[in-house]
Design a binder for this molecule. Structure first.
Ligand code: ZN
Length: 393
């Protein structure tokens, strides 16, 4: 099976799990702790029963997160869309001690406002984990206005701010109480508190959002810059694909190859400029290398965050067993559970229009060369010409 994220589907259903999302519109009984929609211990989360029984009904916010002496490790997957980040995020979320939350920057809009499906299969507002997290972070979650968070976020992450951010050093002073950054700080600390996870995996990808996290001193940010051949991503952006987030049939956003390749070039260049200075907190990965050799690649990510030796969810050299996560947004493959086979999707090589391919190559060629996508066959693992880690080349 090809592992373009959009094609990802279970090879076999997870044990005891019905295929596809369950319980649409039907809140799961608290404390049942079973079925596909349950957060499972094997996925690094508390079970529903534990969540229901745990001290999650606090009526006031926890102590300001910035006063905690414990930093929260955040593993940020940065880059551009259709690069395989959901698959990597989902696999990491299966590892004990890791919590996969998908593209967390969308929690306000797609989670709180749109009430789309959580990775556990429930509508967001019916997920017990997210109810607990929002309660710990903000007290009565109803008092947090998601529209205000969306507005504040849009003001922070706009592309026009990138030149200023590139010219400035990260500001590591504690965020002012009540600010957008202070609320984000509470959210990530509450996630760590409610899941018991040592590492929060956030595949929001957008470099300017990741830079906001970098400025929060109580978050220990690690970055994986995940990239995929821009011709493959442009082809993926052109295809018509189902969106399963709402529980009914809708379609994913599409965009033309010129836009895809322009964004690919801009965000990958910005990601590298932002985070190469992080040194040993930074790793570049190519999706093609990850799929060709998944286990060693995931081990590299574990070494990055100081979690070597953790048990991996692979059932074979190219097969992995995926259980539910609590991702708030991402590719539809985040809702797939069961055993999944990893293969490079090379459909774009056979079917992409020659004109589109030439256009994308022309727009992105400096980085194609830098990241080793020209001059050799994609999907091979010649590390000598591939991306580097730890800011060293
Ligand atoms: Zn959930």
């Amino acid at each position: 099976m090809a592992t373009d994220e959009l094609d990802l589907a279970p090879a076999t259903p997870a044990a005891g799990s019905p295929p596809g999302p369950r319980g649409l519109g039907t809140p799961a009984a608290p404390g049942t702790g079973s079925g596909a929609g349950s957060a499972t211990g094997s996925a690094g989360f508390s079970t529903d029963a534990e969540l229901a029984a745990g001290p999650v009904a606090a009526s006031r916010p926890a102590a300001p997160a910035g006063t905690s002496t414990d930093k929260v490790k955040v593993l940020y997957i940065g880059g551009t869309g259709r690069s395989g980040s959901t698959l990597l995020d989902n696999i990491l979320g299966q590892i004990p001690g890791f919590c996969s939350v998908g593209e967390l920057r969308y929690v306000w809009e797609r989670g709180m406002v749109d009430n789309r499906l959580c990775g556990c299969g429930r509508p967001f507002r019916e997920c017990p984990l997210w109810a607990s997290v929002l309660t710990e972070a903000f007290g009565d979650a109803e008092r947090l206005d998601p529209a205000e968070m969306i507005r504040l976020q849009q003001a922070r992450v706009r592309s026009r701010h990138v030149p200023r951010l590139l010219a400035s050093r990260p500001d590591r002073s504690p965020p002012p109480p009540g600010s957008y950054e202070a609320r984000l700080e509470r959210l990530y600390h509450a996630l760590a508190g409610q899941t018991g996870a040592r590492v929060i995996v956030d595949s929001s990808k957008l470099p300017s959002y990741g830079r906001v996290l970098q400025d929060i001193p109580s978050l220990d940010l690690y970055v994986v810059q995940l990239m995929r051949d821009p011709r493959a991503t442009a082809y993926s952006w052109m295809r018509k694909r189902e969106l399963r987030d709402y529980g009914d049939l809708r379609w994913m956003q599409r965009q033309p190859p010129l836009k895809s390749s322009g964004l690919w070039g801009m965000w990958n260049a910005v990601a590298e400029l932002f985070w190469r200075p992080l040194g040993d907190h930074y790793l570049q990965l190519r999706y093609e290398d990850f799929v060709a050799d998944p286990q060693p690649t995931v081990r590299r990510v574990l070494r990055l965050v100081g979690e070597e030796g953790a048990e991996l969810p692979f059932t074979g050299p190219h097969t992995v067993r995926l259980g539910p996560t609590h991702s708030v947004a991402g590719n539809p493959s985040r809702l797939a559970n069961g055993e999944v086979e990893l293969q490079v999707d090379a459909e774009w090589m056979r079917r992409m229009d020659r004109k589109d391919r030439t256009l994308v190559t022309a727009v992105t060629w400096p980085l194609l060369l830098r990241y080793g996508y020209v001059g050799r066959r994609p999907g091979t693992s010649d590390r000598r010409s591939g991306p580097s880690e730890g800011g060293r080349r």
